[in-house]
Design a protein around this ligand. Structure first.
Ligand SMILES: Nc1nc2c(c(=O)[nH]1)N[C@H]1C(S)=C(S)[C@@H](COP(=O)(O)O)O[C@H]1N2
Ligand SMILES: [Mo]
Length: 338
């Protein structure tokens, strides 16, 4: 395991602003070179983020408190020139969230109708301590962390997003999985009243949107349950109030607006796999060497882009997180298990 999270005593004080993230990361990397190159979470940077040009949200009081108690930033080193933060307007304006339509701007236009408070999540299946939990109860025992991750959609565009949330592993451990818990299955809310995409008879998806992870993937320290981004709560179009973020997998694994987390014995069938099993698999690990049947996965368009600045870059194995996750797939044929 290459991940080391610095102890508070190892932390350095930095003011991190969206504009200066890569500069401070560069300074930070200089300062921790001794830890070795290639650590995805090379350490935490003191949170003093200035997201002053990000529109203010209106989180419930408990969430506001959790967000302001986010003490440490876990910065994912990337290429300092390329992996700058995607502007908030792009990350919250260009989305995939079929519950609100299949167009990229549909979610931002229509997700206002989603009521995210109160919100509860059922934790069930192969666990000793299941039940229905309020979002606050899920969040409360854990420290909020900021994670700056690349997000690579299977459609070959990508962004760099600063998420706020808690490791999924902590929620799973608290549920006390039984020895039969081999996989985790997630479900998004079904409510056609609030989600116009679920009223459409043209929709490909058999609701609810379902995703799944193998247990070791779910327990991996990079796997995050996000409740915020850019220093604020999640905008509805990004999967409020609770979404998964699995940075080494194609974006469709990162299921939004979760209402159910089930520990299960058998490998779940995820929504996109059900729709087009030849195109979308269960693993969906980012892999530049295994093309989608209809397009190459060797490169990606980093957003925002334009006709004049296509901003194309090479896609990295496991989206750049290979040092941390490749060992999970030792011996697995990644062409077969795409
Ligand atoms: N419930 C649900 N979750 C979802 C989707 C969706 O349509 N419904 N789209 C997925 C896809 S394809 C991607 S690329 C990411 C996009 O996340 P973003 O809009 O926050 O960038 O969400 C994923 N999670
Ligand atoms: Mo996607």
């Amino acid at each position: 395991m290459m991940i080391k999270i610095a102890k508070p005593s190892d932390l350095h004080d930095f003011d991190v602003t969206p504009e200066s993230v890569y500069l401070s990361r560069r300074r930070f990397m200089g300062g921790v070179a001794g830890l070795g190159a290639g650590l995805a979470l090379s350490g935490n940077v003191r949170a003093n983020a200035d997201y002053s040009d990000v529109p203010e949200g209106s989180p419930p009081g408990w969430l506001k408190e959790k967000i302001s108690a986010t003490q440490w930033k876990a910065v994912t080193p990337g290429d300092p020139e390329k992996d700058t933060l995607t502007p908030f307007d792009d990350a919250s304006g260009y989305n995939n969230f079929y519950e609100f339509g299949s167009g990229k701007t549909d979610p931002a236009r229509r997700a206002g109708s989603l009521k995210t408070e109160p919100w509860s999540v059922v934790v069930d299946g192969e666990v000793n301590k299941g039940g229905r939990f309020s979002l606050e109860d899920i969040a409360k025992p854990s420290q909020f962390e900021e994670r700056i991750y690349r997000l690579r959609c299977v459609e070959a565009w990508s962004m760099v997003i600063p998420w706020l949330g808690i490791p999924l592993a902590e929620v799973i451990k608290r549920a006390e999985p039984t020895s039969k818990a081999n996989y985790v299955r997630f479900e998004t809310l079904v409510d056609p009243e609030q989600m116009p995409g679920q009223r459409s008879s043209f929709s490909l998806i058999d609701w609810p949107y379902v995703e799944g992870l193998r247990m070791d993937e779910a327990m991996h320290p990079l796997t995050l349950l996000a409740m915020g981004m850019y220093g604020r709560e999640l905008p509805n179009q990004n999967g409020a109030p609770l979404r998964l973020v699995v940075p080494w997998k194609y974006g469709f694994k990162s299921i939004k607006s979760i209402v159910r987390i089930s520990l299960v014995e058998e490998q779940p069938v995820n929504s996109w796999q059900l729709i087009a099993p030849d195109e979308y698999g269960f693993y969906a690990n980012v892999n530049p060497e295994v093309d989608h049947p209809r397009w190459s996965q060797a490169t990606e368009r980093r957003l925002p882009n334009s006709l004049f600045r296509t901003n194309t870059m090479d896609t990295l194995m496991f989206n750049g997180y290979a040092d941390d996750v490749a060992e999970l797939y030792a011996g697995l044929d990644l062409r077969k298990h795409y």
